[in-house]
Design a protein. Sequence first.
Length: 120
Amino acid sequence: MLVKDLKKCPEIKGGDGSIIRELLSPLKDDVEISFSIAHAKVMAGEETLPHRLSSSEIYYILDGQGEMYIDGEKKIVEKGCLIYIPPNSVQKIKNTGKGELSFLCIVEPAWRKENEEILG
């Protein structure tokens, strides 16, 4: 049985500027899945750099509020929102709240550094 504790996953600064903790990846964990899951946060008043992945991605907002930008389109997002990001779409997210904006990032196929391009 595999159980992971978010607090025990190392915190890193992502290429897009978000603070990330990788929760599950078939590239690092002994699991038979094709996707990866990470926990990300963006601090109040900050935003990620524009970037794109060759994989599809889903954000699920756990806490906070912000603005999601995909290929120039903007939507207001908050706790409980799910965002689908098609492959090769230019994306960024901005925290417009007073606290942390935290969300899960689900990438299919699993996230790899070589499949991400930072544009900003």
